[in-house]
Design a protein around this ligand. Structure first.
Ligand SMILES: [Zn+2]
Length: 443
């Protein structure tokens, strides 16, 4: 689809971080022109944004679409109890249909709140259902089947190593690079506690050979670290490094409890950290030392994690919290609005190896764009200065400010249409309700 977005306040994220009033031309899946005085071509489709803010779509580097159906069903617990008592039994009960409904509900929430790219960890089975939902609804997604092969994993999820790796390979050949490169595979061992050393070593070779991401949880909770130490004699990051997994293709969710040696490892190996402030607070895991990470040159991007530990999937909330939770300790000038906005866009793109394709509004990049209107009671106010615009986005906006979302030039959300990803919101909600009911009956 070719069109011209006119009269937008463009927050470009380009190398000089320009913000200006102008137009953006999209041809097929790419941005082909940007300018203050771009003229429409004859018969070109024109969309007047009437001064609304146009940003590059948000990139979330840690989510679980498989858990959206469990929202409000696993609250006020700490991580390991939350997993054992609530999440694992529900993941184990998923059918292809319930997983599809869960993924559609999650993607609908993400697209309608301005997230255009995700790094998703699935559950153990039915991963095709998540890929299918992402394929149809148009989100850019790295997805991986969750790998859990140790004997002490819950029986409803544990798989023999060879079987897990075979399905992993099959999924790579079915989905990696599909939909114009919009869908990609990311290996997803759940965490060190659930994986054999053999499996992790195999993933290292696979990631190297096929240039694939490895996406896992690490050092989220102090109890988890004790278990990892008793299993391996090492802390999480030291262990992953020992196996050769710590490198620029590794994305680690959380990293709340990381000692100085492990911080140097993260920096040295260019391992990426995905910070999930809502989840870390709600599961009482702690506060990740993000300002320290960033001073050390460690890449930190943002993610909402799963709906049952958040309980939303919107980036506005994660930006706001990522900033606010550091201020009481590090002072008011730490983690500014602009800084968390860049973590939510450019840093996410960088973490996924896609900084050349997404994360900013620049000619040649993919047309993953979000239009935001500040014209709401909760967000009105401010000026045209950059500082004020970043403040509006990071501190005042909520999903209700998003009016349009495009991915690869496709309009996947328009607030007034009642549809998201080509499906009516009503239908998505009904399907989710039905599948949730069936799932709960099963467990
Ligand atoms: Zn997670």
């Amino acid at each position: 689809m070719n069109f011209l977005l006119e009269n937008a306040t463009i927050v470009s994220n380009n190398p000089t971080r320009e913000i200006f009033r102008g137009s953006v031309r999209v041809e097929k899946d790419r941005i082909t022109a940007i300018g203050k005085k771009l003229k429409a071509k004859p018969r070109e489709k024109r969309i007047n944004l009437d001064g609304q803010i146009l940003i590059p779509g948000f990139v979330q580097t840690h989510v679980h679409l498989c858990q959206t159906l469990f929202r409000n069903l696993a609250d006020d617990l700490q991580l390991l109890d939350w997993l054992k008592e609530r999440i694992w039994p529900m993941e184990g009960a998923h059918t292809e249909k319930s997983l599809y409904a869960s993924a559609r509900l999650g993607i609908a929430e993400l697209l309608s709140s301005g997230t255009t790219t995700i790094l998703d960890m699935g559950t153990v089975r039915h991963t095709d259902a998540i890929f299918t939902a992402a394929d149809e609804m148009g989100i850019r997604a790295f997805i991986g089947k969750c790998l859990m092969d140790r004997n002490d994993c819950p029986k409803e999820l544990r798989e023999p190593t060879a079987q897990a790796l075979k399905e992993n390979l099959d999924l790579i050949s079915r989905w990696h690079g599909k939909a114009n490169g919009r869908l990609r595979y990311a290996n997803a061992p759940r965490f060190v506690i659930s994986c054999t050393e053999g499996l992790l070593k195999d993933l290292r070779s696979l990631s190297e050979e096929k240039n694939l991401l490895v996406h896992t949880h690490a050092s989220e909770n102090r109890e988890e670290i004790k278990i990892v130490q008793s299993m391996t004699g090492k802390k999480n990051i030291a262990y992953l490094d020992h196996l050769g997994l710590a490198n620029e293709r590794l994305v680690l969710a959380h990293c709340v409890w990381v000692d100085e040696d492990e911080q140097s490892l993260l920096a040295k190996t260019k391992t990426k950290v995905s910070h999930c402030p809502s989840s870390n607070l709600k599961l009482a895991s702690g506060i990740a030392p993000v300002p320290t990470f960033r001073k050390a040159g460690i890449s930190v991007s943002l993610g909402a994690d799963g709906a049952p530990c958040n309980n939303n999937l919107n980036m506005f909330q994660e930006m706001r919290l990522a900033s606010l939770i550091q201020k009481p300790v590090h002072g008011p000038t730490t983690m500014t609005a602009q800084e968390v906005f860049e973590m939510a866009t450019l840093e996410g793109a960088e973490a996924l190896g896609l900084a050349h394709e997404i994360g900013s509004i620049e000619i040649g990049k993919r047309a993953d764009l979000v239009a935001i209107s500040l014209d709401k009671l909760h967000s009105a106010g401010g000026s045209d200065e950059a500082k004020s615009i970043y403040s509006s986005i990071a501190y005042a906006c909520t999903p209700s400010n998003v009016t349009h979302t495009w991915v690869d030039g496709r309009l996947v959300y328009q607030a007034k249409s009642g549809k998201v990803g080509g499906v009516s919101s009503e239908q998505i909600l009904q399907d989710a309700k039905r599948e949730r009911r069936k799932l709960l009956q099963k467990i």
